[in-house]
Ligand binder design. Structure first.
Ligand code: NAD
Length: 262
């Protein structure tokens, strides 16, 4: 990691569940690496057998305490995963939700042409899954716990191609605020990170990603794009006791892009 600030063991004694590592480019992986370096014990889920070969060597390098298959569209799979996580972890201090999906067809052309099935599937995987996982994690969570989700500027500004995913991210950000209200009584915090564009598996489904990356780097005050470690550093802050009074927030990690008009 470049310019490593050598974080102290901010997460020593804390246990986290990371949902959404598909490969070494995943944003969830950037957060997992920072959490591991800060002393957390980690459990992971992976979406299906096909991804396991890619994911296992990564998670092994962080001494994963549990590695469980979970498809968020399948309630039985989610129940089975949480029961195994409860057995292996006992309790949780944080949950990282880094999951989204829309068909390639929905991520180009006109938003008005989004099909009913495409809309519902995008909302189920990218939004409902946060409510579902928060509900399943809640009984395992210690007071002072933290849940984070990943969002993007397309929630509050329209842009080419992001389409139904922008609508889903608006709902995700609203979900964060409502979950923060629900969970606050138990001392559990819920926040989102709004990351700038990063070339990942999910992002490569968005038509025109390359020019989006170029525009971003040019217009952002920091004159660059962000990487998964930029998100990992902020993720570490949000799941640690450095952010004890922060909840219901959408925190931008985008080299300042969202703050500019031109
Ligand atoms: P990624 O492809 O590495 O991660 C997406 C993850 O979602 C994968 O691990 C995949 O297995 C999981 N997933 C999809 N459908 C699932 C299902 N049915 N059940 C369980 N898991 C499922 O891509 P990423 O860019 O790291 O995406 C992570 C999050 O970050 C997403 O919410 C994405 O919208 C968000 N985000 C990405 C960018 C970007 O530019 N890459 C920017 C802002 C926000």
């Amino acid at each position: 990691m470049a310019n490593d600030p050598a974080t102290p063991e901010l997460l020593a004694g804390k246990k986290g569940l990371i949902v959404g590592v598909a490969n070494e480019r995943s944003i969830a992986w950037g957060i997992a690496q920072r959490a591991h370096a800060a002393g957390a014990e980690l459990a992971y889920t992976y979406q299906g057998e096909a991804l396991l070969k890619r994911v296992q060597p990564l998670t092994d390098s962080t001494d994963a305490k549990a590695m469980v298959e979970m498809d968020v569209t399948n309630e039985a799979s989610v129940d089975a995963a949480f029961s195994e996580i409860a057995d292996k972890m006992g309790s949780l201090d944080f949950l990282v939700h880094s999951v989204a999906y829309a068909d390639r067809d929905a991520l180009k052309g006109r938003t008005v042409d989004t099909s009913r099935e495409g809309f519902l599937m995008t909302m189920e995987i990218s939004v409902y899954s946060l409510l579902l996982l928060a509900r399943k994690a809640e009984p395992l969570m210690n007071p002072g716990g933290s849940i984070i989700a990943m969002t993007y500027l397309g929630s509050v500004k329209s842009m080419p191609s992001y389409n139904v995913m922008g609508i889903a991210k608006a709902a995700l950000e609203s979900s964060v605020r409502y979950l923060a209200r629900d969970m606050g009584e138990k001392g559990i915090r819920v926040n989102a990170i709004s990351a700038g564009p990063i070339k990942t598996l999910a992002a490569s489904g968005v038509s025109g990603l390359r020019s989006m990356l170029a525009d971003n780097a040019e217009r952002a005050p920091l004159k660059r794009n962000v990487d998964i470690d930029d998100v990992g550093r902020t993720g570490l802050y949000l799941v640690s006791d450095l952010s004890t009074a922060v909840t219901g927030e959408v925190h931008y990690v985008d080299a300042g892009f969202a703050s500019t008009a031109f």
